[in-house]
Design a protein around this ligand. Structure first.
Ligand code: C5J
Length: 227
């Protein structure tokens, strides 16, 4: 078996073999990144999230070239909203909420334009897309079965938002025994201070939730493995 790739990271080197690792791109959907979606309905400046697109695209290309499994997630609900809890529906008391009609279709509803992944990061054929009703990608999905079935133990996590769906997924993965590296510039938040704190929490205390590294270093190392 070949030696694992060694990625400089905080708090220390992260190692992986591409065949035993997956890149998980979390919720890079129009509903969070474009005007008229869920993020904007909550009063957020959706432009804050666009900085993550370029870094994710670079690591995505490198992961594909290295033969890594790539998984995309989307947060959203069934059209009849049967998987939407009352608590999530009413939270915030906003004028426009989940299931309501917006400029990109019904907010956070599967099959609507707003629910789709942005064109820049469109899934390739055969890349699993996980539809999740919650913030974490393991809750009420078959993500864990897909990973275990392929012998995956290492995850590279990116997407939006850092402190909500990325962190929830990270914590779920950590408790299930996966080693996770979070891309510092391939994640973003509507609140820059939350982004910074969320990243700091990952690698603090010897990597209590995992590792953090920038997209360039990760992409360079994966590209090296592909060549
Ligand atoms: C949120 C997410 N922020 N994908 N979802 O509601 O982080």
């Amino acid at each position: 078996m070949s030696a694992p790739l060694q990625i400089p990271a905080a708090p220390y080197e992260f190692t992986l073999r591409p065949a035993e690792a997956a890149l998980i791109i979390i919720d890079m959907q129009r509903d969070f990144l474009e005007q008229g979606g869920f993020g904007a309905a909550l009063g957020n400046d959706v432009g804050q999230l666009r900085s993550a697109i370029g870094p994710i695209a670079r690591v995505l290309a490198a992961a594909r070239a290295a033969g890594m499994l790539v998984i995309h997630t989307r947060e959203g609900h069934r059209p009849d909203l049967s998987d939407l809890s009352h608590a999530k529906r009413r939270r915030g008391n906003f004028a426009m909420g989940i299931g309501d009609a917006g400029p990109m279709g019904r907010i956070l509803v599967r099959g609507e334009a707003g629910h789709g992944i942005i064109d820049e990061l469109a899934p390739a054929p055969r890349e699993p897309v996980i539809d999740k009703p919650g913030k974490g990608a393991f809750f009420a999905t078959d993500l864990e079965a897909i990973l275990r079935g392929r012998g995956i133990g290492k995850l590279i996590l990116c997407g939006v938002t850092t402190e909500v769906c990325v962190h929830t997924t990270l914590r779920e993965a950590n408790d299930r025994g996966f080693d996770c590296l979070v891309l510092s510039d391939g994640t973003a938040s509507y609140f820059p201070e939350f982004h910074q704190s969320a990243l700091a929490m990952v690698s603090a205390q010897g990597g209590i939730f995992g590792w953090v590294a920038g997209s360039d270093i990760v992409a360079n190392i994966l590209n090296g493995a592909a060549s």
